[in-house]
Design a protein around this ligand. Sequence first.
Ligand code: 13P
Length: 251
Amino acid sequence: MSTRTPLVAGNWKLNGSRESVASLAKAIADGMAGKSCEVLVCPTFVHLADVQSVLAGSSVLLGAQNCSVEQEGAYTGEVSSPMIKAFGAQYVIVGHSERRAMYAETSDLVAQKAQAVQQAGMQPIVCVGETLEQREAGQLQAVLDEQLDAVVNLLGIGSMAQCVIAYEPVWAIGTGRSASSEQAQEVHAMIRQKLAVLDAGVAQQVRILYGGSVKPDNAQELFMQPDIDGGLIGGAALKAESFLGICAAAV
Ligand code: 13P
């Protein structure tokens, strides 16, 4: 058994109104009262303040979905990691495949974002994962290497202990087609093995989450795998009942 604390994170993406997000956060906070699993919700930037106040006094943690690499200055439309931290956030998702694909984020930029998050005193959740085309072309390892090497080289292996990795196969995101627990475990083990070559202790410490069509009915089997330390949840995180069902599978 590993000593890593499971983490279940909800990535709310571009969803919700001020009202709906506050009531979702409240229902999750109430549902998690007295439970031991580490649970995180990541609303949009503009909802951080509302969700922060709803979560006050609860064990549910707050995070953001992206950040700038810059601290401050003439960068119209950007939000810096110190600004996010000021809302009590402890995590920031970086390098989600939607940002890599739709906003042309490179692995170098993602690494810089991860560094900015750590410099602000938070933990990055670095998303990695292959497309179906890449998997079928036998490029899985090469894709993971490219995405992870950028982060490990910039942060240094020692700092990877203060970093969460999320393996999110692109073909499983929002498709209803989760990776099987065997497929996911295989890749999580590859990622941990890759880190272990540099530092076995860090590799044992770093949490690796699985993301992609996690639902209450497949969560338990995924989370039982030795190298899967929780999940990064999209669609099923938008309803308290399904998200809490997934959290229950992590303890
Ligand atoms: P789904 O759970 O909707 O497949 O999304 C996963 C995801 O992208 C989490 O970041």
